[in-house]
Design a protein. Structure first.
Length: 363
């Protein structure tokens, strides 16, 4: 099978779908890999590294399977062979027009953010691998912005107290944020509506904040589910008391396919100490803080609110390595004997295949 790796065209995107190591494995398995010139340069992978891995440089769209990070533009959809396959994070739940275009060109498209949370799919889980990067980088952004040290320091000028970090949401990004903040010496606490993550939080050395009247909101696949209005009101009131004592708040809460829940209100921000920092990792889906602006910093009552977008692209080498391993594992699942073989009785294929045979299958 011929696999293509085009250069990403979304502004600020520095990742690449396959790295040389992954290309070498695909070539060893008998596949032909075509990489667009310069596709991996921004991630630290020059063209010569791809050549050495067995790839050829050329038209990465004239292939059987195109592997991307970001969803394609309308112009890029027009470059796909008819029929061909497309693998990437297509944001299918909010990309109805794209899915119609792909179906019209009879493209078999797989949207990897829809992978089920099952053991067999762990090696393909792009959301988890990229969330690891986002959680790590969020702490570095906070440390660079907050006007104090993270660790406790004993100096000739006196002892400096450590920073207090509160992480809201203990999924993959949240757990990585906890671990990173702890490594930097901060005192860390965390909150999540899923009581099941308490043990994971405490195993990383953080304190788990539990509401007096516990709210349990674990949905399918271990993701958080939406709370009732009364539960959400009690959650917001509880968190307002928690954020006022934090120097740094990192928010990571998301509900698949829906707007991110508001966890930190304007009033809660106004109750924080001047100089405090909020890093909102849910900025791209509306934000967990009421004042967050996607992609832009906000100053309110002396508190800085950061709404970074696409943080994985800011650590492109390692983010690309992990993403490429996910994609390679997925290709090994759907490609057999050099051909795309779809088994719609298979949970992974059924969940991720969004267009096939001229039809939009989901969402």
């Amino acid at each position: 099978m011929k696999v293509g790796v085009p250069r990403e065209t979304v502004a600020g995107e520095r990742r690449v779908a396959l790295v040389p190591d992954s290309v070498a494995k695909l070539v060893k398995d008998g596949h032909e890999v075509v990489v667009e010139q310069g596709a991996g340069v921004a991630a630290g992978f020059p063209d010569d590294a791809y050549r050495a891995a067995g790839a050829t440089l050329g038209d990465a769209w004239a292939v059987d399977v195109v592997c991307k990070v970001q969803k394609p533009s309308s112009a890029e959809v027009g470059k796909l062979r008819e029929p061909a396959a497309l693998v990437g994070v297509l944001q299918a739940a909010t990309s109805a027009d794209l899915l119609r275009q792909l179906a019209q060109r009879r493209v078999t498209a797989f949207s990897l953010e829809l992978l089920p949370r099952i053991t067999r799919a762990q090696t393909m889980d792009v959301l988890s691998s990229q969330a690891t990067v986002a959680g790590y980088k969020a702490v570095l952004l906070a440390a660079d912005t907050v006007p104090k040290f993270f660790p406790m320091l004993v100096t000739a000028a006196g002892t400096l107290a450590p920073a207090r970090v509160l992480v809201l949401g203990a999924g993959v990004a949240g757990l990585q944020a906890i671990a990173t903040a702890r490594r930097l010496g901060a005192i860390v606490s965390a909150f999540d509506v899923r009581a099941a993550v308490k043990e994971q939080v405490e195993s990383l050395g953080a304190k788990f904040l539990a509401m007096e009247q516990q709210v349990e909101a674990e949905g399918a696949g271990g993701y958080a589910k939406e709370l009732s209005d009364d539960q959400h009101r009690r959650e917001i009131e509880f968190l307002a008391r928690g954020v006022k004592d934090a120097d740094v708040v990192i928010t990571t809460a998301a509900i698949p396919g829906k707007r991110a829940p508001i966890l930190v209100t304007r009033a809660a921000v106004e109750g924080m100490r001047p100089g405090s920092v909020i890093v909102d990792l849910a900025a791209e889906t509306g934000g967990n803080c009421e004042l967050t602006q996607s992609g832009a910093p906000v100053e309110h009552h002396g508190v800085t609110i950061l709404g970074p977008i696409n943080l994985p692209a800011t650590v492109p080498l390692h983010a690309s390595q992990m993403y490429a391993r996910n994609v390679t594992s997925f290709l090994n699942h759907v490609v057999k004997e050099g051909k795309l073989q779809l088994d719609f009785a298979d949970e992974i294929t059924q969940a991720t295949c969004v267009t096939h045979d001229g039809k939009v299958l989901q969402p």
